[in-house]
Design a protein around this ligand. Structure first.
Ligand SMILES: [Fe+2]
Length: 238
């Protein structure tokens, strides 16, 4: 399948625990292109006291990567994987960290032990400020993993749900895979993304995920999750 989107990955080199250098980033992009990905939103971590890369370094790495890939069939946008904190609305309002591809969508990460109350409160704060939270790799959070009613509440509020390709295809264990399957059957999933960090242990498996989805959920569903839904992000400007 062509024209796929990857809206969550750590391919931008030298700014977090993802790609170490430009060579690795370019090899990761080649793997994405082989899988049919034609649009990537680069989402370096932003997490206080852990990952606070300088925005100037991010923009400079982004410009170089765009330049290095100008002859390849790939569109690159900048975003951020924003680990939820109490100042996140202000941080976004002041443009201190980017939304996804300059849209109103914010890839929002929580800790695996974040409480339902915290997740709901932070999602509400973003929505009230006019941002659309996309909750990153929801298969990881205890508060969501066993509580489909809570996921339904968040969707009702206006949140969207992302799982990692690795979880869908079973590379993160049977429990995570079963969770993803149920999420899809209940029609509570909006995006899959690679969350790729490197070329080995945490490589992009978007191609394998696309094959899996086509086989288990059908072609129409696959194009909705891997192409149509994410295409809306890059088409909605702030
Ligand atoms: Fe990530």
């Amino acid at each position: 399948m062509r024209d796929l989107y990857d809206i969550h990955c750590h391919i931008l080199p030298g700014v977090d625990d993802g790609a170490k250098d430009m060579d690795m980033a370019l090899s990761m992009i080649e793997k994405e292109i082989d899988a049919g990905v034609e649009t990537i939103i680069l989402t370096p971590h932003f997490r206080k006291e852990m990952f606070e890369p300088d925005m100037e370094d991010i923009w400079s790495a982004y410009d170089t990567l765009v330049d290095e890939t100008r002859n390849r069939n790939i569109r690159l946008y900048l975003g951020c994987e924003f680990h939820a904190n109490m100042e996140m609305v202000e941080t976004l309002d002041r443009d201190l960290r980017p939304t996804l591809a300059d849209s109103r969508y914010v890839l929002t990460e929580f800790s695996s032990s974040s409480t339902r109350a915290f997740i709901k409160e932070r999602a509400d704060a973003l929505l009230t400020a006019g941002y659309y939270p996309i909750i990153a790799h929801i298969e990881r959070y205890r508060a969501l993993r066993k509580d489909f009613d809570f996921i339904a509440d968040l969707i009702e509020m206006g949140c969207e749900m992302q799982v990692n390709a690795d979880a869908v295809i079973g590379r993160n264990g049977l429990g995570a895979q079963r969770f993803c399957k149920k999420l899809m059957q209940e029609d509570m999933l909006h995006y899959v993304a690679s969350d790729a960090h490197n070329l080995r242990g945490r490589a992009s498996h978007m191609g394998e995920c696309c094959e899996y989805l086509k086989k288990h959920m059908g072609r129409l569903y696959t194009s909705r999750i891997m192409r149509d839904n994410p295409s809306k992000i890059v088409e909605t400007l702030r």
